[in-house]
Ligand binder design. Sequence first.
Ligand SMILES: Cc1cc2nc3c(=O)[nH]c(=O)nc-3n(C[C@H](O)[C@H](O)[C@H](O)COP(=O)(O)OP(=O)(O)OC[C@H]3O[C@@H](n4cnc5c(N)ncnc54)[C@H](O)[C@@H]3O)c2cc1C
Length: 375
Amino acid sequence: MTASPEVVVVGAGAAGASVAYELVKRGLTVTMIERDSVASHASGFAYGGLFPTMGAGIPGPVLKHAKRGVSLHKRLAPELEDATGIDVELRAVRSLDLAADEEGFRKLEASLAWQSEEDLEAELLDADGVRSLEPALIGDLAGGLLQRSHFEVDSYKYTLALVTAFERAGGTHRPGDVVGLVRDGERVTGVRLGSGDQVMGGAVVLATGPWAGDARDGESGLPRFPVKPKKGEILRMRFPGRDFVHRVSLGGHYIARKPDGLVWGGSTEEDAGFDDRPSTSARDSIMAGVLALAPALEGAEIVQHTACLRPVSADEMPIVGALPGYDGLFAANGAGKKGILLSPVMGRMVAGSIVGEPGRDPIPDEFAAARFEYA
Ligand SMILES: Cc1cc2nc3c(=O)[nH]c(=O)nc-3n(C[C@H](O)[C@H](O)[C@H](O)COP(=O)(O)OP(=O)(O)OC[C@H]3O[C@@H](n4cnc5c(N)ncnc54)[C@H](O)[C@@H]3O)c2cc1C
């Protein structure tokens, strides 16, 4: 008979993988349970941008965690490659945030002002400056902000490397659909699987992405999180040449060339429940957005079209740490559009809170799971 692990982590996306890896590094025995496969949802198909300059809570309470996320990714990439042989393709990205008119340009100026105060390097360019870097851009452009603080990873390889490093450090990964908790009064002592098995553990971490907000969870005995799925789609295109070595973005659309040479066009934001199938309407909307910026892409061949669900919390902040009313139950969820960037920070926060040694990464009030009630 195998001894029960000290911690059970549910979900092998970036959030669960990061928590599990941080826990085994702290010497705990950990079992990770995933019902599909590693990184088979948003964590495997995200753009993988590590952009500390944009998104919910930036500038604001998320900024310092986003900056910390970038520095932890820089440390993790070589550490994971040493442990697993997997190159997560961490690299600097030159992003060009574009402005179509004077009003947009003033927003870029305001962004440059606060970024300079935060030591985030950026440079304002006029329209000619932008076109000298990316000649394929046409249409009305007032200018752009060239970001020098942006990085990216391959989100699938990153999540896979975390799980592989976790296993090589002694962690156990097993398939299973978690359908409920095992409880002894307030104390959570394990999880129930759809197969009827139980996996007992001293603590349980739920890192189940948008599905944590599924109404059925409340009925099954799993707490229902204030988290909703926000669907996002991306097109990967073959377009030979040297255009789009800068990631260009305007009005919610972006174009970027990845290390394998494919040009990615994105993206969409849609409330579509748990439907994660690629749609023709999203494909058309992305193509309309990218063609308005760069008509040359008319000749691009679409080689892959992906759709997945971001886990977005009710206040758009991550949900981490101990759940109120459940002794021994923890969350790593709700990172929305920033779940790859913030995952190393969330992993350390949750692991630190389980072992009672938060170190440099205590859970801030605005991320604490205790700010919500769970049905
Ligand atoms: C189009 C798009 C682009 C994005 N771009 C970026 C980006 O550039 N930068 C960035 O930082 N973030 C980005 N994101 C966001 C990022 O992908 C997510 O925030 C992140 O992947 C969420 O990770 P997660 O582990 O919380 O959830 P998920 O990746 O969804 O993983 C949750 C896992 O839990 C499993 N699970 C659920 N329920 C159960 C159960 N009951 N039993 C067992 N297993 C279960 C699921 O199968 C799944 O594998 C993007 C997202 C999208 C959609």
